[in-house]
Design a protein around this ligand. Sequence first.
Ligand code: FAD
Length: 429
Amino acid sequence: MRTPYPNYQNPCGWNALLPPAPVRSSLSGNTSCDLIVVGGGYTGLAAARRWHELEPTHQISILEGSRTGEGNPGRNSGFLLEVSLANDANTAEIDRMQKCNALVSKTMSELSALVRRHKIDCNLQRSGTYRAAAGEAGLQAIRSYVAFLKAANLPYEILGQDALHSKIGTDFYQEGLYSPDCYLVQPAAFIRGLANALPESISVYEETPALKVSRSGNAWLVTTPTGSITAQSVIIANNAFAKSLGFGRSRVTAIYTYAGLTDPLPSDLLAHLGTERSWGLLPAHRLGSTLRRTVDNRFLIRSCYDYEVETDNRAMEIVLKEALQRRFPFLKNTRLANVWSGATGLTFNGAPNWGEIENGLYISAGCNGGGVVKGTLFGAALVDLAHDRETADIENLFGTASWMPPDPIRKLGFKLISSMERRRGIAEI
Ligand SMILES: Cc1cc2nc3c(=O)[nH]c(=O)nc-3n(C[C@H](O)[C@H](O)[C@H](O)COP(=O)(O)OP(=O)(O)OC[C@H]3O[C@@H](n4cnc5c(N)ncnc54)[C@H](O)[C@@H]3O)c2cc1C
């Protein structure tokens, strides 16, 4: 069912592995503060942290529609890329891409420093990432990614089918590569830790969806189901759901994708696996499946996309299980202990919807499926923009989200492109 804020069918599998977190209060009654951030994800938290650095006496309120760890930021696959995504990679614009990579890599170092400083227990490891292809479309994508890595002077290692088999225990893929520029993390533990590490003057209100953002005199008023809050400044950082508040309707669309996690595998099954103990694999083709073997020997598989509405998660469980078994036939009796979905904010050209909307009102939305590190970068840079400070040139480097036609044309366009891509990349699913 379509909702104006996240209301998922199933709990987040990563969050279910953690001890229950103390409940943070919801917003109730009418109140005020200096800055309101809508959305307690990576973008929203980074914006709040940066605002606090610049204005340490300000009271900041983060309104989070879900619970921290349970919501969208805890639902991802946990790849923290230090370089551009494959879809972004563009050999023709290597100078711009290198500037983007440098910003993303610096942001990743800052996140990793936060994890160390606050002793956040989230299995953060610089494991690198595999990318692999099973069919022709995937192989083509690998070749163009290699061209990008070469041009950008980034390290990588090409791996044939046998090498992949000996490292990760599957001969599903014909060819792949390994790139060291990626961390892996337990995402629910990560977002919980980042929220717990916020300074005291930043309050996170959980289960507090913003329903409306409007002008109130010379301030902004945000209305929630149980109260309202005013501030001089508001940052819209709720990604796929920004348009439900009336922002970026013609630029960002919610796309759901699905993940499943097994229990820890028993030792007889582990014996079939390769030499790498904990690893992550991204699909070469954008419609392919993501895989992970976690530090505690679970398997994660992520696959499939839906336009604006979540498909029945029980049907997705079958699809995910089959995709895992195609890669690891010896897992035929292994169940997915948790299956869940998450919404990503998709823009037509992959660029963020970022900048000032009106005086005191700012937005950073449209993660395009890879926004943990980039969202952190964009959230902090937005605050610099709000303070007229020199900052990364987000619009020129990462682009500006382009216009999309409204539904039903948009939906038809998505269905058409994804079914064509699916046909091309069927071997990768
Ligand atoms: C299954 C899956 C796998 C993924 N894998 C990866 C990956 O490996 N690496 C990667 O970089 N990215 C991945 N992504 C994408 C990643 O999750 C996002 O890019 C990232 O979370 C974006 O951060 P954000 O803070 O911009 O937005 P979000 O994480 O979407 O956070 C927005 C927050 O706003 C809240 N919210 C929404 N509406 C309202 C409202 N009206 N009022 C108040 N709060 C509201 C939400 O609950 C959420 O907490 C994946 C996504 C999914 C679904």
